[in-house]
Design a protein around this ligand. Structure first.
Ligand code: ZN
Ligand code: FE
Length: 260
């Protein structure tokens, strides 16, 4: 199984994996760069996985389906071009010899789902769309902070060696914010230096490693005392409100929304 990040637009990655000449693509916002990879590598497209309804994730679905006959899987509760096979938690399916599990991760959009491949030959793989980013998380457009927090909790519980395939190269700007939240986090300082050198060579910072995210991503660390205190101070939360996990998480997300 080979995992490929196809850059698209200004900062999207369209993730593709292939095995024995067949491919699956996740969130093809644009068909053209996917078709280029398919023809260059001599691959046929077996399936398309969609995490949520935003245009930069579904823009190429119809063209790719029409060109290849690939089956499309996606969230049951969002507006995705039909025909669609609804991907449901509790109903894992097989693609190119891999088990694909579906995880509900509402927050960025109300029906957002993630795909988890637990049994790949190397480490497990997570396609999380715009829910979890390296050093950050998606904006909460349709859901609530409580939903986003519980979605991130579900992802944080996956095996620590999971390869996290985020849909955007937002890492450096996320890490700048993370350092504002946790200036003394050594792992975060080291990871920032590492990612800066990758970006200087025009290399992706992804896939991220889940175990590392647990050490550096403030949105997965919002219950820790250091993060709590930092957010409470920034937002002026009382001792009482800062003990509420959802309030604290909402204030952290709000801080990031306004951070430059
Ligand atoms: Zn999105
Ligand atoms: Fe996106």
């Amino acid at each position: 199984m080979k995992l490929v990040a196809i850059p698209a637009f200004s900062d999207n990655y369209l993730w593709l994996w292939h095995q024995d000449g067949q491919a699956v693509v996740v969130d093809p916002g644009d068909a053209k760069p996917v078709r280029e990879v398919l023809s260059r590598e001599g691959l046929s497209l077996a399936a398309i996985l969609v995490t949520h309804h935003h245009a930069d994730h579904i823009g190429g679905v119809v063209e790719l389906r029409e060109a290849t006959g690939a089956q499309v899987y996606g969230p049951a509760r969002e507006n995705i071009p039909e025909p669609l096979i609804p991907a449901l938690p509790g109903a894992p399916f097989q693609l190119l010899g891999q088990t694909v599990k579906v995880i509900d991760v509402p927050g960025h959009t109300s029906g957002h789902i993630a795909y988890f491949l637990p049994d790949t030959p190397q480490a497990p793989v997570l396609f999380c769309g715009d829910t979890l980013f390296s050093g950050g998380c998606g904006r909460i457009f349709e859901g609530t902070p409580a939903q986003m927090l519980s979605s991130l909790d579900a992802l944080a519980a996956l095996p620590t060696n999971t390869r996290v395939c985020c849909a955007h190269e937002y890492t450096l700007s996320n890490l700048k914010f993370a350092l504002a939240v946790e200036p003394n986090n050594l792992d975060l300082q080291n990871y920032t230096a590492h990612c800066k050198s990758l970006r200087a060579q025009d290399l992706p910072t992804l896939p991220a490693n889940l175990g590392n995210e647990l050490k550096i991503n403030p949105f997965l660390r919002s219950r820790l005392a250091t993060v709590r205190q930092s957010v409470a101070q920034h937002a002026g939360l009382s001792a009482q409100t800062q003990n509420n996990d959802t309030t604290l998480f909402a204030a952290l997300r709000e801080w990031k929304n306004n951070f430059r």
